[in-house]
Design a protein around this ligand. Structure first.
Ligand SMILES: [Zn+2]
Length: 144
């Protein structure tokens, strides 16, 4: 760190540049494991894996709007599935070659948290299936 920058850093650490230690404190152990360590929650373990709740899904890490319930569909795969993000600018898609597979990883663009993967086999007109760990999401009702 350059000397002149020290004061800036300590005055207001931005949400997006939190240390892993700070993330650990602000997230549940499961959310930390998925968002910050590229983990995967157990299938069918999420409160959101079934369609039926309406509102906007925000990033558990930083609160960015990621998906709406209108884009959610029942994929039967055990994870919340969406056919498009709320804004393509809000998510980042990256090639992921871990675990002997080539997949597209989906991350939150604001906090760089791991969200899930994108598969090109969606049943709707977009053809996309964003397979997202529910523990990374928080649902907010539009009405409230
Ligand atoms: Zn985020």
């Amino acid at each position: 760190m350059a000397k002149g920058e020290e004061q800036k850093e300590s005055s207001s650490p931005s949400e997006e540049n939190r240390s892993e230690e700070a993330w650990k404190k602000s997230l549940s152990p499961e959310a930390f494991r998925v968002l910050r360590q590229n983990g995967t929650e157990r299938p069918f373990s999420s409160q959101f894996h079934e369609v039926g709740q309406s509102g906007t899904f925000h990033c558990q890490g930083c609160g960015t709007q990621l998906f709406t319930s209108e884009a959610q569909f029942d994929s039967g795969c055990g994870w919340p599935s969406f056919d498009r993000p709320i804004q393509s600018d809000n998510v980042e898609e990256r090639l992921d070659r871990t675990h002997g597979m080539t997949r597209v990883e989906v991350r939150c663009k604001s906090c760089d948290g791991h969200l899930g993967h994108l598969f090109p086999d969606g049943p709707t007109d977009t053809g996309n299936r964003y397979c997202i760990n529910g523990v990374c999401l928080q649902l907010k009702n539009d009405e409230s």
